[in-house]
Design a protein around this ligand. Structure first.
Ligand SMILES: NC(=O)c1ccc[n+]([C@@H]2O[C@H](COP(=O)([O-])OP(=O)(O)OC[C@H]3O[C@@H](n4cnc5c(N)ncnc54)[C@H](O)[C@@H]3O)[C@@H](O)[C@H]2O)c1
Length: 405
């Protein structure tokens, strides 16, 4: 006997469970080996699955393989994973045995050779920012699903959102911190004190990063301006921030005028899947106050300032024309206990879909997940990534039937 549920798109029945004549469940038709590896990127302490998430997958009949000590940086021990039914394995075994591999950051060159046909890689990829990685993934034959381009019908980015919330909040903290004189800053207390004006924070892009940066900057007592290009978004921000920030239409002229007044600039723009627009030119940076701080959070998409290049938590800042640049590409990695839980809360339902149904059926069932597929069968299936590197674009529906099988 089979247990079915109607497809969300066409209402055709989809088989979920097979049940024997004795009533024993055989489990979901796709039973998968789900691997979780330890991140090797500098200062990255997050892990792609918590023990609670591992338990959910195990309960659905999947095998979960976790690399030895993968959770240590987020304060999860091997024992905690084993206690919920996951197996602890070596790096080679997890990469070699997994059918679905959950990661946090993109594979680094040392990991390229471990990618292979038949593997579904589910992680942050930010491919528009790296042609080398895009080509390596395509050559590997692996199916690569990017957290950051999973996109719901209302254009929300559910797997970027939790990390954006964290990065936005950290950006305001970093801005305040690097304004301190001994750290090379202007020597200004962002919130001021009674009788002394607070510092000015300019947030460019009022999405999730921008909103969260603004909330923390406001909490510190700063004077905050957000430049946005969506009027609807500005109306929403006006409503929820109750007029406590200045909301101004973004334009080159406006950025030029506002940036010279700012003590902290937070770059928080996004064009989904595409390389970040260079809204802050070298000339604008030169015109900024000496000792001001530029936090380019959009650095994971290439950065929105011409002077930005990616930095790490161990060496987070550098100075150009007297302006401290903070351009850490994996900001949430600094607070792994918070980030790992926030990430797993968001990714687990999608990981479960892939594990339960296999990638082809999972993307047919869920258009949001389908938008996450960036590379399949050696082809680039995300238009903005193909465009960024002048590679051929193959719509996903050319390669997979996007209706339930
Ligand atoms: N460095 C990190 O660790 C880290 C972590 C999380 C997110 N990010 C990055 O932060 C950036 C923002 O992410 P998000 O989740 O807030 O995206 P989002 O889509 O929620 O917000 C982006 C906002 O930018 C606005 N925008 C686009 N072009 C603009 C322009 N020319 N001027 C002003 N506003 C403009 C959009 O209207 C939107 O409101 C992304 O590049 C994301 O990848 C980085």
């Amino acid at each position: 006997m089979s247990v079915t549920e109607p497809c969300r798109k066409c209402a055709d029945p989809i088989v979920l469970l097979s049940v024997t004549s004795h009533g024993d469940k055989l489990g979901f038709l796709a039973q998968m080996k789900v691997g979780v590896v330890k991140e090797i990127k500098a200062d990255e302490y997050r892990v792609a699955l918590t023990p609670a998430g591992a338990r959910e997958l195990v309960q659905r009949g999947h095998d979960v393989l976790v690399e030895h000590e993968a959770g240590n940086g987020s304060s999860f021990t091997d024992d905690q994973y084993e206690a919920v039914g996951a197996a602890i394995a070596s790096t080679e075994d997890v990469w070699g045995d997994a059918e679905l591999l959950l990661k946090v950051k993109e594979p680094l060159p040392a990991e390229y050779q471990l990618l292979r046909e038949g593997l579904v890689l589910f992680t942050y990829l930010h491919l528009a920012a790296s042609e080398e990685l895009t080509r390596a993934l395509a050559e590997s034959g692996a199916a690569c699903v990017a957290y950051e381009t999973v996109e719901s019908d209302n254009h929300a980015l559910p797997l970027l959102a939790p990390m954006s919330e964290i990065a936005g909040r950290l950006a305001a903290q970093a801005g305040a911190y690097f304004l301190e004189k001994p750290l090379g800053g202007r020597g200004l207390l962002l919130g001021g004190v009674p009788g002394v004006a607070p510092g000015r924070v300019l947030v460019i892009g009022g999405g999730i990063v921008g909103y969260n940066a603004a909330v923390i900057a406001l909490g510190l007592g700063a004077n905050v301006t957000i430049l946005e290009r969506s009027i609807d978004r500005m109306r929403y921000l006006d409503e929820i921030l109750s007029g406590r920030v200045s909301l101004v239409m973004s334009s080159t002229l406006q950025i030029e005028e506002s940036i010279v007044e700012a003590d902290v600039v937070i770059g928080a723009v996004l064009i989904p899947g595409a390389i970040a627009p260079k809204l802050i030119t070298r000339e604008m940076v030169s015109a900024m106050k000496d000792g001001a701080v530029l936090c380019d959070v959009a650095i994971d998409q290439g950065g929105c300032a011409e002077t930005s290049h990616a930095t790490t938590h161990s060496d987070p800042v550098y100075v150009v024309d007297g302006v401290t640049h903070y351009c850490v590409a994996n900001m949430p990695g600094a607070v792994p206990v918070t980030s790992t839980k926030a990430l797993t809360n968001a990714t687990l339902p999608f990981a479960q879909e892939v594990a339960d149904f296999g990638l082809p059926q999972a993307v047919a069932r869920d258009p949001a997940l389908a938008r996450g597929v960036n590379v399949l069968d050696g082809k680039i299936t995300y238009e903005a990534v193909a465009e960024a590197h002048n590679l051929d674009f193959h719509p996903l529906e050319e390669l997979l039937p996007l209706s339930p099988v």
